[in-house]
Write a protein that binds this ligand. Structure first.
Ligand code: HOZ
Length: 433
């Protein structure tokens, strides 16, 4: 219990005076877990350090992008080299087609890609394109899935809105979401019914093929294929939101792991190597509808920014050349989640876990977690106690039950061992209340 907090506390106070909640993204405020958010001043490999000098093993990875760990030398060198040549041109630069080629090589069905600045922009633009292509209005999404904070997608959403218990948002007129149908995840029958009810009117189904935004929830066997079948049957498009899972679960993302090909893919996080980026990709026939070739407008001052492109390129090229990393991360994450679950059992604490590759969640819930209905039964108070105890012990987990954790290529067996030891002590605190 020797963690110092004075400097972070001061910084939080200072930030709160000028930034809503002191944060630039709500879930960072630790409201769901209690305690004070440390201000991070440095990261290296699997570790971060806060303003008071506390060191943490961390499983946030900047919410997913840092698959190679903090300040990976390849990425840092690439960004420095790019910055020396200029930080932004507002004109095309050679790194854009270079990154486009490498990213597209991972997704055989995607022929063209457009880079944007965030996952929110990526999904918003993909849906605009799907609506233009199909000339239809309705969009199907799933409860507990989060596709950024565009108005039409803030319906029964996961991530921060689920964390704060407000799965929509004030300021979004009902008219803006009237064409959004939110259905339970992992329930193909519900999708079939919706397509029967709205026959010929649904433009697309957008899904996180492995959900990360209600915690990690994998698709049931055959579920993604069912989505593929139902959408194709009605000439609607299937969009895989692989902002989290792209290059995370495998080089070719969830579509490689599960063998189901969508019509469009949205990306972000890892393809920016820790700098702001997003992208949407699809067949040329579709993508050529985007301006300047077609009538679907979408633009951005910093899109294709050379620093972001260089960080993304360094990251995905490293992954392409070192694919054995995926097996290594999967084994380490497997050991971690099962050993922590065993520690929970020994302490008499009820948890269940989901893991796909290197993304995972320990749910403070009894039964299997397969959708939002089951995820939302988690004991979030117990999760909060666990989170605070882990932080005290030097382990930084996502500050929400409804966000996936990520293990990086920089995590070592020793990190895993220390994390399990910390969890053992934390469960005693969880149990004691
Ligand atoms: N998009 C990230 C994963 N849910 C969360 C980042 C945030 O909301 O700050």
């Amino acid at each position: 219990m020797g963690r110092k907090t004075e400097q972070s506390r001061k910084l939080q106070k200072r930030a709160e005076a000028v930034i809503p909640g002191g944060v630039n993204s709500p879930v960072r405020a630790f409201r769901a877990v209690g305690g004070e958010p440390p201000f991070i001043v440095r990261g290296e490999g699997s570790r971060i350090w806060d303003a008071d000098g506390n060191e943490y093993i961390e499983y946030l990875g900047s919410w997913g992008p840092l698959i190679l760990g903090h300040a990976a030398p390849e990425v840092v060198e690439a960004v420095i080299a790019a910055a020396r040549k200029g930080t932004s041109f507002g004109a095309s630069n050679p790194l854009e087609p270079e990154l486009a080629e490498v990213v597209l090589s991972a997704f055989p069905k995607m022929e063209k890609i457009r880079f944007v600045n965030s996952g929110t922009e990526a999904t918003m633009s993909a849906i605009r394109l799907a609506r233009a292509y199909t000339r239809r209005k309705y969009v199907v999404k799933f409860e507990g899935c989060y596709h950024g904070h565009a108005d039409a997608l803030l319906v029964k959403a996961g991530s921060g809105v689920a964390t704060l218990g407000i799965p929509g948002s004030a300021g979004v007129p009902q008219e803006f979401t009237q064409f959004t149908l939110a259905l339970p995840y992992n329930d193909a029958e519900a999708v079939d019914q919706a397509f029967k009810k709205f026959k010929g009117q649904i433009a697309c189904v957008i899904v996180e093929p492995v959900v990360g935004n209600m915690g990690c929830v994998p698709p049931a066997k055959g579920y993604l294929d069912a989505l593929r079948y139902i959408t194709s049957r009605d000439n609607a498009l299937l969009i895989f939101d692989e902002v989290m899972t792209g290059f995370r679960l495998a080089f070719g993302g969830a579509q490689e792991v599960y063998g189901t090909a969508p019509d469009m893919t949205t990306l972000g996080k890892i393809i920016g190597g820790g700098l702001p980026v997003g992208a949407y990709a699809g067949p040329a026939e579709l993508m050529d509808m985007v301006a300047p070739l077609g009538p679907v407008y979408q633009a951005g001052t910093l899109s294709g920014n050379p620093l972001a492109m260089s960080a993304g390129l360094a990251t995905v090229c490293y992954l392409r050349e070192n694919r054995e990393l995926y097996g290594r991360m999967e084994r380490a994450a497997g050991t971690l989640v099962t050993m922590v679950a065993e520690a929970a059992k020994e302490a008499g604490v009820s948890i269940t876990y989901n893991r796909v590759g290197s993304m995972f969640t320990w749910f403070f819930a009894e039964g299997p977690v397969t959708n939002w209905a089951t995820a939302s039964k988690s004991d979030t108070e117990a999760f909060g106690r666990f989170h605070r105890a882990m932080l005290e012990a030097g382990v930084y987990l996502p500050p929400s039950q409804y966000e996936a954790a990520f293990l990086s290529a920089a995590h070592t067996d020793e990190d895993v061992r220390q994390t399990v030891a910390a969890a053992r002590e934390a469960f005693a605190v969880v149990e004691a209340k």
